[in-house]
Design a protein. Structure first.
Length: 435
């Protein structure tokens, strides 16, 4: 068995686990998982084997209680068990427990998604490369290259051709004051004190060598500092303490990927058990997925019939139905909560709603759709749960889909059975992936 065989087995195991994940989402008992831990059941299969039964000391038909006509080798019920009663023990399972981040990665691979959430708020600062500069620090971090460049720039700014200036002192009738003014006009960085000292050192019989400065400039070559450094090299660089700079790590700001998910479910009287189960089977994996994709995930749960109210997660996934239907009441509450607690400038926002698409007259067109347009979010989604297909008055999903058909931040999905759940989740998540 080589590396290629090992890789092939690894791919097979990975594909099997993704298939188990999809089956779990569609048909598994989602209640065994918590919000921060997803428990995937793995069926244990015991292979048959031959075992010597030490209790069987006789041959066929020699048992103490055997009677004529009893099937050979047929196991007899234990005392206390009645024929036909169902067993209380379930099948043997082990559980593979994954955190939401791993669940999100597996679902990405299962659905072929490439969703990378955006960051909003800076919450972590770490040390990066030594690219920033400060005036103090340990000697080991002294930036010698910068120090050398600063000294070289000072050398270039302060250095001048001394012999050329001395020749100007030899112009007939020129003294230190005239030479200084000339040097300034020629941008030669020489001090008045240096000129005066050089003039005093100059013999008196040499102070009239040139009849004019023009004659001197035409006869004497002026060598720039750069030319002289190339010819002679550098003997010293004038370093100063104020040139010293020390490298320290760049502060890398990592944005926390914040997300708030508003889950809205219809709990009106038309939402019977099958519809409720499909809602929960769709919303639960979406919660796990988004919690795994973001560093900080917060969830708002809203239930509604003709009115809307906020509930906790446990109540949301176990709530019963009753009352009429006005879907806009949930969006009104969602808009108020998001505006007050989760500004769009700092939060990624998702608004997911689910129900059987039955709504009060004109509420979708006149109230819900305008509210969806007014609530900024990464993604709005509506999931219709109709086990028998569309009812005559179940038009909400169709109206939303028709109005937002050209929008890249609104998704509509239809679930008629557990088989549709994975496709619905893909429809919802792939809409944001494309946008």
């Amino acid at each position: 068995m080589g590396l290629r065989d090992d890789l092939e087995r690894y791919r097979e195991v990975g594909e099997k686990r993704r298939q188990d994940l999809a089956a779990f989402i569609q048909y598994g008992d989602l209640g065994n998982s918590r919000r921060d831990a997803v428990r995937i059941p793995i069926k244990i299969v015991d292979l048959p084997e031959f075992v010597y039964d030490r209790r069987d000391m006789g041959g066929v038909g020699q048992g103490d209680d055997a009677e004529e006509g009893d099937p050979v080798g047929q196991p007899q019920p234990d005392d206390g068990d009645e024929d036909g009663d169902p067993g209380e023990e379930g099948g043997d399972h082990e559980y593979y427990e994954m955190d939401p981040e791993e669940f999100a990665q597996e679902l990405d691979e299962r659905l072929g998604l490439d969703l990378e959430p955006k960051g909003k708020k800076v919450v972590e600062e770490t040390e990066g490369d030594f690219t920033d500069i400060t005036r103090t620090g340990p000697s080991s971090t002294l930036d010698f290259e910068r120090l050398f460049k600063e000294g070289l720039k000072r050398k270039m700014a302060m250095d001048f051709d001394e012999e050329y200036v001395r020749e100007a002192l030899r112009v007939d009738g020129w003294g230190p004051a005239t030479v200084y003014e000339w040097a300034r006009s020629e941008h030669i960085p020489v001090s008045r004190a240096w000129i005066e000292n050089a003039y005093e050192d100059l013999p008196a019989d040499e102070r009239d060598r040139w009849a004019s400065v023009e004659e001197m400039e035409a006869s004497v070559d002026h060598e720039t500092t750069a030319q002289r450094i190339r010819r002679e090299g550098l003997e010293e660089i004038p370093f100063r303490s104020e040139d010293e700079r020390y490298r320290y790590p760049e502060v890398v700001e990592t944005p926390e990927r914040n997300v708030v998910v508003v889950n809205i479910r219809d709990v009106s009287g038309s939402m019977r058990q099958q519809k409720r189960e499909l809602v929960e089977r769709t919303f639960t994996p979406l919660d796990w997925y988004l919690q795994g994709k973001y560093d900080n995930a917060e969830f708002v749960y809203i239930a509604h019939d003709a009115e809307a109210w906020e509930v906790d997660r446990e109540e949301f996934f176990g709530i019963r139905s009753g009352g009429g239907t006005r879907i806009s009441s949930a969006y009104e509450l969602a808009a108020a909560v998001l505006k007050q607690e989760y500004p769009y400038s700092e939060w990624n926002r998702y608004v997911f709603a689910a129900g059987d698409s039955e709504n009060s007259s004109n509420d979708t067109e006149q109230q819900v759709i305008p509210l969806m347009e007014e609530i900024p979010a990464n993604l709005h989604a509506y999931v219709e749960t109709q086990p028998s297909g569309n009812a005559i008055n179940a038009t909400h999903a169709e109206e939303v889909e028709r109005h937002f058909r050209n929008s890249d931040d609104v998704a509509v999905a239809y679930v008629t059975s557990p088989d549709d759940v994975v496709d619905a989740i893909y429809e919802v998540l792939s809409t944001e992936d494309e946008s």
